[in-house]
Write a protein that binds this ligand. Structure first.
Ligand code: ACM
Length: 759
């Protein structure tokens, strides 16, 4: 924006109010901080004046919905919509047209040209023209003076066909206006698929005429907050019961939402969960479970023909409401236990020549896939549908990491990437200590931004099967619309850019800067977004060549003045300024904070830099670590890096049902004063501290000292996330150390680093 850059210093220095009042309006009108970043954007001089006297011209009558959307988006209630003649001399106004030739560039190609007199939107198709309309609306919302649109020339098209947001309306029921609001926001950010998680144990949410109990009963439960219900006996109630919580969408409401979304360029994919997560159905149609009794299991009996009759009847109604090509059938987390002792299921296994219950699940999914396919639809399911063999036309949504997606793409199936580590918006987005309770984990916006949905291990051809990416909003710990918005925004903006542009075009600092302009937009739209807190994040990476920690500090507040100390004192505005990553040797504490004002600092965060004497030692595991939580493998416990508050950050090593039992051999004999070992406790997912730590040492590796036993007094029922550091005084020259942490509960232990302190 050279115009602004060259003018601003003059304005700042001249101090003449009349100049400010004339010029600043124009300058401020020019905000180009579009998210996602467009493929090409050229800024030209001048502004287009947006006013109600304008006409919106369309070159075909079937573009009227586009014009209506554009009028609403720009706040032009009186503008008239006219049919344009392509050859006519163009009047002042906004022109919408389709030019199919442009599909040669990209099937979703569009362009926007704004001059002082006209706005011209051209799309290669009706859907890409909708993207153009939504883009123009965003550009308008970004302007401080919305009566002026800056002159630009923009060319755009997406990287991925599928750009999704999923919302779980079963664990928390959201009314239609909230979903419309989310669909509006998706459209503004060029997303195109809303995955509607309509059924799950905590409540069925879609009217099915053939099975009225699904909405009269299975849609209502005893507790509003999922956790309260989950911790109770998980009963359902009748619609109208005074204590009943829940709700459902009538077919009419669902169809209206499909239409609403369609007009904005959003496809709605319904999810009907099978064969698991279905206890709400089986409570009222118990004949479809193996036991024949309600409240006994979550999985449909796959040996029973009645199950397939039910599912096909339900899906037949679903298909009538939802025109989407994909129909999501869940498929995740089904327990196969009931099937293993069910006569009908076992008979099915025999008759169909199936190997086991996994293949039985696959058999069920295949039948549903055949049914959907006979109706011209495609089956989409969570990655468990791979187990026991993937149905021929199935598309996989990879959520348990990327492996399911990789295997599916290698087998020639289409894939939507939505791995937990990058796409689960139910995780914490900053330090959990400052946040409302969430499911766990840690997914800050820069991590969402860093995601590339096409795994490196795929060939170019396989990579083309990755159709897109999606954010998932599960609502176990979200029980209000405000809280849902808080978890979705602004992280969804990062996902929108991941879905839109090539990885080599992504640049965090540039996105971070553009993001600043969007808080205003989110405020205008009444979104209760997560406000960037005043904390800093300190990262340290051990550099074994420099034998030091490489320290970097970031702030959530853009352009913050970060100060730090290394002497244990709290930083103030005169402490060392952070200008970029730096190296520090040895063990020391770094403390950092941002300067809020002359008088006030943000909260102080600290981190131990631990380039200690044991870094790079050899570790012998006397009992193995969990392969799922291997972190950095054999070197994790002595890699010179401490983890943060999530055990999946690659620094915490997990021990499942086993003790931590290791022997560490230092590269050289060393005088060691103390050893410290941090462990994590977070009881929700079953992570506990060891009941005791026994530590012994040796100089020669043969004769070991008597073990020193250290315990703790942290309660096993403390619900907080606790990082407890076991400290063991040594005071000797040693080369070998044995550490044995008892996993008394046979659940998970998570250890971070065995830190060796020298004299
Ligand atoms: C899932 O998160 N269970 C798909």
């Amino acid at each position: 924006m050279p115009l602004v850059k060259s003018f601003l210093p003059i304005l700042k220095n001249c101090g003449l109010l009349f100049i400010l009042s004339v010029s600043v309006i124009d300058l401020h009108a020019q905000n180009f901080d579009l998210i996602p970043k467009p493929v090409a954007l050229e800024r030209t001089n001048g502004n287009f004046k947006v006013d109600d006297q304008l006409s919106v011209y369309i070159n075909k009558m079937n573009l009227e919905d586009h014009a209506v959307l554009l009028k609403a988006g720009l706040g032009l209630s009186n503008a008239s919509i006219k049919l344009s003649n392509d050859s006519q001399t163009r009047d002042n106004g906004i022109y919408l047209s389709i030019d199919k030739q442009k599909a040669n560039i990209h099937k979703d190609y569009y362009q926007i040209d704004i001059t002082e007199d006209q706005i011209i939107l051209i799309g290669a198709s009706k859907s890409s023209l909708l993207l153009a309309v939504n883009r123009l609306v965003q550009l308008n919302l970004l302007q401080e003076n919305r009566d002026l649109l800056p002159a630009i020339s923009l060319i755009d098209y997406p990287r991925f066909d599928y750009r999704g947001l999923h919302i779980d309306v079963s664990r928390h029921f959201f009314p239609v206006p909230f979903l419309e609001k989310m669909i509006d926001m998706m459209a503004i950010y060029q997303l195109n698929t809303f995955h509607w998680h309509l059924t799950d144990g905590p409540g069925w949410r879609l009217e099915i005429k053939e099975y009225p109990l699904l909405t009269q009963k299975a849609a209502f439960r005893t507790h509003g907050v999922w956790k309260d219900w989950w911790d109770s006996s998980r009963q359902y109630m009748h619609e109208g019961d005074p204590q009943a919580y829940g709700g459902y969408y009538t077919q009419e409401e669902a169809a209206a939402l499909v239409e609403y979304a369609g007009k904005r360029g959003i496809t709605i994919i319904p999810e009907i969960e099978i064969p698991g997560h279905s206890e709400e159905v089986l409570a009222f149609y118990p004949e479809l479970s193996c036991s024949g009794k309600p409240y006994t299991q979550s999985e449909f009996c796959l040996g029973n023909e009645k199950t397939f009759e039910f599912l096909e009847n339900v899906l037949a109604e679903v298909i009538e409401i939802f025109p989407s090509e994909y129909i999501h059938i869940g498929g995740d987390e089904a327990s196969k236990k009931a099937w293993s002792t069910c006569k009908k299921c076992q008979r099915r296994i025999d008759e169909e020549g199936l190997d086991d219950e996994e293949e039985l699940q696959s058999y069920g999914i295949r039948r549903i896939e055949e049914f959907l396919s006979s109706k011209g639809r495609k089956l989409l399911g969570w990655d468990e549908i791979l187990e026991g063999g993937l149905a021929p036309g199935a598309t996989v949504m990879s959520w348990r990491g990327e492996n399911g997606g990789i295997a599916s793409a290698k087998a020639g199936h289409e894939v939507i990437m939505t791995p937990g580590a990058y796409c689960y918006f139910d995780k914490y987005q900053t330090n959990p200590a400052t946040q409302p309770l969430a499911i766990g984990g840690y997914l800050p916006i820069d991590k969402v931004y860093s995601y590339d949905p096409v795994p490196q291990v795929l060939t170019k051809e396989e990579g083309k099967l990755i159709k897109g990416v999606q954010a998932n909003v599960w609502t176990e710990y979200i029980s209000s619309q405000e809280h849902a918005e808080y978890m979705i925004f602004p992280r969804l903006l990062a996902l929108a850019e991941v879905a839109w542009i090539a990885p080599e075009e992504k640049e965090w600092n540039d996105f971070f800067k553009r993001l600043q302009s969007h808080y205003r937009l989110l405020q205008l739209k009444g979104i209760n977004y997560y406000r960037p807190i005043a904390e800093v994040t300190i990262k340290s990476v051990a550099d074994t060549i420099k034998q030091a920690s490489l320290v970097s500090i970031s702030a959530e507040r853009y352009g913050a003045d970060i100060r730090y100390t290394l002497d244990g004192t709290d930083p103030d505005k005169d402490s060392k300024i952070y200008n970029g990553p730096f190296y520090e040797k040895g063990i020391k504490e770094i403390k950092a904070a941002i300067v809020l004002s002359d008088e006030e600092m943000g909260p102080v965060n600290s981190k131990e830099l631990v380039y200690h004497l044991g870094v790079g030692s050899e570790v012998k595991y006397l009992q193995g670590y969990s392969q799922k939580y291997a972190a950095q493998g054999d070197k994790t416990l002595v890699n010179g890096m401490l983890g943060n508050f999530t055990y999946s950050d690659g620094q915490w090593q997990g021990f499942e049902g086993k003790d931590l039992d290791v022997e560490i051999r230092l590269n050289e004999p060393e005088m060691i004063s103390d050893v410290k070992v941090p462990f994590m406790q977070i009881i929700g997912p079953g992570v506990f501290l060891p009941s005791e730590l026994a530590v012994s040492w040796s100089l020669d590796g043969r004769e070991f000292s008597e073990p020193k036993i250290v315990t703790h007094n942290i309660s096993e029922s403390n619900p907080d996330l606790i990082i407890y550091v076991f400290e063991i005084p040594v005071g000797e020259k040693i080369q070998y150390l044995r550490v044995h942490g008892k996993n008394k509960k046979r659940a998970f232990l998570f250890a971070d680093e065995v830190v060796f302190y020298g004299e």
